[in-house]
Design a protein around this ligand. Structure first.
Ligand code: GDP
Ligand code: ZN
Length: 287
């Protein structure tokens, strides 16, 4: 949907999980050399934790992504869901939002889950409520994963490891314990890894995603990659409308009339503000 193109950005890593490559084996048969990376049908990038304005390729050639969240323990952050969807939207990658730990939810929490499900299913994402602990909903997840390449993500503590183990008991996720921080408090690059599923398909585990920043986006990249905001923006008076103070803004009307959810619009404004501030300091870095 959006216009984000990898060719215009610097990547900190030349190759990612999911890349299809051609390689030759050296004579000693201990090493190989990759000499060609096939064109990618899609990819997911994040702002590089190491170098400002560079991006880190997380994975390529994926069929869908699965974001694991919880309502309680840890508390749900709708903002993080919106950031994740902003990351996957430039290539229109289907996302399944999985709410884990259903077993600890009371009726009030369940009503909240229903509201959340409505927000996201309304704009075209699947939402599933499951429990890795009791196994509820796991068969349904397997059906979603079967024969597909799925990027799996979630902030720590949501039960990503437990869920992956419930889906595929023999996967060894030890590599996911590689720390996101070095001793000096600096970020290190984290490695996504692909695992085959016995039911068919593969999952790509993405350890260590704590926050998602967008300093590789400009304001219109954000506007173009909030699905429902982009669709509605065709009715704005100005085609470069950023949906804040412009007159005759269809997005603002849609928020007022309840067709775009206020929490999505709030996330949008928050990220746009962040991106603008980063761009401002970038232009004025010499003062
Ligand atoms: P990760 O950091 O996302 O990989 O999360 P873990 O799989 O390590 O789980 C974090 C904590 O949540 C652990 O104490 C798990 O036992 C617990 N947990 C995971 N799934 C569930 C669930 O469905 N229900 C409940 N009650 N606890 C869970
Ligand atoms: Zn507008």
């Amino acid at each position: 949907m959006g216009k984000l193109r990898l060719d215009d950005m610097k990547t900190t890593n030349p190759i990612a999980v999911g890349d299809r490559v051609e390689f030759s084996i050296e004579e000693d048969e201990k090493e190989g050399i990759i000499y060609r990376i096939h064109p990618r049908k899609n990819y997911v990038v994040r702002q590089s934790p190491r170098k400002k304005h560079n991006v880190h390729l997380i994975a390529s050639n994926i069929d869908q992504a699965m974001l694991i969240v919880t309502v309680k323990s840890p508390d749900l952050k709708l903002g993080f869901i919106d950031r994740f969807l902003l990351m996957t939207q430039p290539y229109d990658i289907p996302v399944i939002i999985v709410i884990n730990k259903k077993d600890i939810l009371d009726p009030q929490d369940l009503a909240f889950c229903e509201a959340v499900t409505k927000i996201y299913s309304h704009i075209g994402y699947k939402v599933k409520l499951v429990s890795a602990l009791t196994g509820e909903g796991i068969d349904g997840l397997k059906l979603e994963l079967k024969d597909k390449i799925t990027l799996i993500s979630g902030q720590s503590g949501v039960g990503k490891t437990s869920l992956i183990n419930a889906i595929e008991p023999n996967i060894d996720l030890r590599t996911s314990e590689i720390s996101d921080y070095t001793g000096k408090g600096q970020h290190t690059t984290t490695f996504a890894e692909m695992f085959p599923l016995s039911i068919g398909g593969d999952i790509i585990d993405t350890p260590g995603i704590k926050t998602l920043g967008f300093n590789h986006f400009d304001v219109l990249d954000v506007a173009h990659n909030f699905k429902e905001i982009f669709i509605t923006s065709q009715y704005c008076k100005f085609n470069n409308c950023t949906h804040r103070n412009e007159p005759k803004c269809a997005v603002k009307s849609a928020v007022e009339e309840g067709r775009i959810h206020p929490s999505r619009y709030a996330s949008y404004l928050h990220i746009v503000g962040e991106v603008e501030e980063q761009n401002y300091w970038e232009r004025h870095k010499d003062i």
